[in-house]
Ligand binder design. Structure first.
Ligand code: ADP
Ligand code: MG
Length: 331
């Protein structure tokens, strides 16, 4: 059973960045306004996510660590997934592949802590915390040396973590994010920071774009706002002159969730095809919103691919909206 759990866990947790993604998504789901992420050695030895969200009542801590015991979906509603997580697998998976400690305090409750390592649960004990949740994951994959061996350098894993945090930060402009590298101990070094947005969504989004993609992009990006058959596309796209030599600055979201999807990347590239050579890549932050029944966001446990019911329509929406914006800007 332990081995099977570890294999299943490996599907959810491929590398430190996937653990960070799950933990930050949980903090977002918990309504956090501030999320602090600390990592050491590319996340291999330590990932710690601290939030000021709703917390977990002490009586529910053990439950949060049991497989499929999510509080976020009721089974009859599998197609109407609005919050990030829904499978109730992240925490049990992390507890199976690393040394996991959760300290939490829900409103009106005392703070409590639970630890699990290699799938073995320790009893809940009292703790000290003023509000929210701290999830600490140490020594990821220590029990599965084969997986450990497949991890890349600390630097590469650290970059993947920064990328995940930036993508989630882009999707949540009203949440404040701090990412710190604590490899050397102590408070560590801040590698990314974005303060919680103020004003309306437009103001917050602009400020977040400037943080993630640079002030130059935020000041010169084309505003995208289009709709087709009930699916909307909003966001910002850069003029062709702001293109990059790699496709790393493309932030795509479906129903608020960061995705890496071939169809969407292809549509973005297609929209710029007349203006960019093959080795140049557009820069954009685009948000597709559609009825949850028109997209399957659960193609893979890591949830970054999607399957649209009508891919042609989505592609058409993106290509035409971007071409229109580029034409308006004189291209
Ligand atoms: P899921 O997110 O799919 O529900 P997880 O395994 O990621 O499953 O989390 C299990 C449960 O633990 C969540 O449903 C939630 O109730 C609780 N939880 C996890 N992280 C947090 C957090 N940071 N703040 C509050 N509750 C949390
Ligand atoms: Mg989750």
């Amino acid at each position: 059973e332990g081995a099977i759990n570890r294999i299943a866990a490996g599907e959810v947790v491929e590398r430190p960045a996937s653990a960070v993604k799950e933990l930050v998504e949980n903090a977002i789901d918990a309504g956090a306004q501030r999320i602090d992420i600390a990592v050491a050695d590319g996340g291999k030895t330590l990932i710690r996510v601290t939030d000021d969200g709703c917390g977990i009542p002490g009586a529910d801590l053990a439950l949060a660590l049991s497989r499929h015991a999510t509080s976020k979906i009721d089974g009859t509603d599998l197609l109407n997934i609005t919050s990030f997580g829904f499978r109730g697998e992240a925490l049990p998976s992390l507890g199976a592949v690393g040394r996991l400690t959760i300290t939490s305090r829900a409103a009106g409750d005392d703070a409590a802590q639970i630890s699990v390592s290699g799938g073995a649960l320790q009893p809940v004990k009292p703790a000290a915390l003023s509000q929210g949740t701290v999830v600490e994951l140490r020594d990821l994959f220590y029990a599965t040396p084969a997986r450990l061996k497949f991890l890349r350098t600390d630097r590469a894993e650290g970059q993947a973590i920064t990328d995940v945090v930036k993508r989630l930060a882009m999707a949540e402009p009203f949440v404040g994010f701090t990412l710190r590298d604590v490899s050397g101990g102590g408070e560590g070094r801040v590698t990314f920071r974005a303060d919680a947005g103020t004003g309306d969504l437009f103001d917050a989004m602009r400020a977040r774009l400037a943080r993630v993609l640079g002030a130059d992009f935020a000041d010169n990006a084309l505003l995208i706002d289009a709709e087709r058959e009930g699916t909307t596309l909003t966001g910002y796209a850069a003029l062709p002159t702001y293109s990059r030599g790699a496709a790393t600055q493309q932030y795509l979201f479906v129903n608020g969730r960061p995705v890496r999807d071939k169809l969407l990347y292809g549509a973005l590239r297609g929209a710029y095809a007349d203006f960019l050579s093959r080795d140049r890549h557009p820069v954009a932050a685009l948000f597709v919103e559609c009825d949850p029944t028109r997209v399957d966001q659960n193609v893979h446990p890591a949830k970054t691919e999607v399957r649209f019911r009508d891919p042609g329509s989505v592609r058409g929406l993106i290509v035409s909206a971007l071409r229109h914006a580029l034409a308006e800007a004189g291209h």
